[in-house]
Design a protein around this ligand. Structure first.
Ligand code: AMP
Length: 409
């Protein structure tokens, strides 16, 4: 048995592979809710020969962190975090945020957008005893948690506190945290709205709103929750809006939520150019499993993120890999928050080389140094593809993305 990595219009190569039996249940689809109909994507879009690093234009930051009018403690916290120069989004957005402007940041995960909004807000809130004053809404629990962790690192010694309000975990502790009157509330739309309706979160004195990964939140159907939440906020506030894309729907949101915004875009093709993208042809699901298992035995597959379509399929694939002697972790919506956190930590800490995930579970996660992204199931649409492969090849590192497709006859 061999698998082929095809490059359209180029040569194709093959490597020996072993056929290991084992059934994987054929092509039956099960588990997980099905989203909108899947769009056909021509396989040529999954192919790209990586440009070398020398071809890339390195962004030259106009500002140094020292140029930003932050207090000493905040500067020292930035240094402690190991940040030396501002990333493009930080360089361009921070001055506008400091000026009090509403900002639309067009940026994907991995660009440093979290610090771009956190740092100037933290500076503004330091010494101001308005609680709560800042609301940050993110699409997933994991992303909200990452923002909270970053907040805690930057806010050290500044007497600013946060509450993390996400679904999937006990609400009691969150209610306790809210009673301590945090300055920042960071959360996901569903739980935030729930606690708002129970009058446990009051938004009427807040002065800052951040919507992170707004496009993802719309994709996930959070628009009604977000509207309900934002309606409770004073209209006299600063709003920062981050999204990887601007669709007409997003534009409409921007028009209703932001006032006279400045747009900062750091979206370039940067996330893809240095990612080598190839397709792998397979006959059916069992064949894909065989090929994947074989590939993952390769020593260069150091830190691999495998994407599957359904919660059930992802779990089964992870179990199968475990049974084939390739330890893996899985994250998907059928796992509770602490199981997901544990899995993510094992993968991040490189205690396990392979993580299998659904798009939703992996959304927005910052996982450094992924060597390969493997699309075991093709993504629903091209946007998802771009999001998936953006997990590898970060910060100029070269990365590889393989996408399984049906054998082309
Ligand atoms: P984000 O896009 O906010 O998820 O950030 C992606 C990663 O880049 C995170 O691990 C950040 O801690 C890191 N990061 C953000 N800004 C900088 C910076 N100026 N220098 C070095 N690392 C950074």
């Amino acid at each position: 048995m061999a698998y082929q990595q095809r490059r359209f219009g180029g040569s194709s190569n093959s490597r020996p592979g072993g056929s290991r039996g084992g059934s994987f249940g054929g092509g039956r689809r099960s588990g997980g809710s099905r989203g909108p109909a899947k769009k056909y994507i021509h396989p040529s879009k999954f192919i790209n020969k990586a440009t070398s690093k020398a071809d890339e234009v390195v962004y030259e930051s106009k500002n140094k962190f020292a140029d930003f009018p932050f207090g000493n403690q905040l500067h020292s916290n930035i240094a402690k975090k190991g940040y030396e120069v501002p990333s493009a989004i930080q360089d361009q957005a921070i001055p506008h945020i400091i000026d009090g402007k509403d900002v639309i940041g067009l940026a994907n995960t991995g660009t440093g957008k979290t610090a771009a909004f956190l740092l100037p807000i933290i500076e503004r809130q330091t010494g101001v005893n308005l609680r709560p004053s800042v609301l940050i809404i993110a699409p997933t629990r994991e992303l909200a948690q990452q923002i909270d962790e970053e907040f805690r690192a930057f806010a050290q010694g500044l007497d600013l506190y946060s509450a993390l309000i996400v679904g999937g975990v006990s609400v009691d502790r969150q209610i306790r945290d809210l009673k301590r009157r945090p300055h920042f509330i960071i959360g996901t739309p569903g739980r935030l709205k729930d606690l708002m309706n129970r009058r446990l979160i009051r938004l009427d004195s807040m002065n800052t709103l951040v919507l992170d990964e707004a496009d993802r939140m719309l994709d996930m159907g959070f628009l009604p929750d977000i509207r309900a939440i934002v309606n409770e906020m004073p209209s006299d506030r600063q709003t920062l809006f981050f999204s990887a894309t601007i669709t007409p729907e997003i534009q409409m949101l921007v028009n209703t939520f932001l006032k006279d915004p400045v747009t900062v875009s750091v979206r370039t093709s940067e996330t893809n150019e240095h990612i080598e993208q190839t397709v792998i042809e397979a006959r059916d699901k069992n064949h894909k499993v065989e090929l994947l298992t074989e590939m993952l035995r390769g020593a260069d597959y150091e830190k691999v993120l495998v994407f599957g379509e359904t919660k059930f399929g992802v779990q089964r694939l992870s179990d199968h890999l475990d049974n084939s002697g390739i330890p893996s972790v899985a994250i998907h919506g059928n796992k509770n928050q602490s199981q997901r956190q544990r899995a993510l930590k094992q993968f991040k800490d490189e205690r396990v080389r392979v993580m299998v995930a659904t798009d939703v579970a992996a959304r927005g996660l910052d996982i450094p140094n992924v060597s390969h992204v493997i699309n075991f199931d093709t993504p629903q649409n091209y946007e998802d593809y771009i999001h998936r492969i953006g997990r590898t090849g970060r910060a100029g590192a070269s990365g590889k993305a393989h996408t399984f497709i049906d054998i082309q006859r």
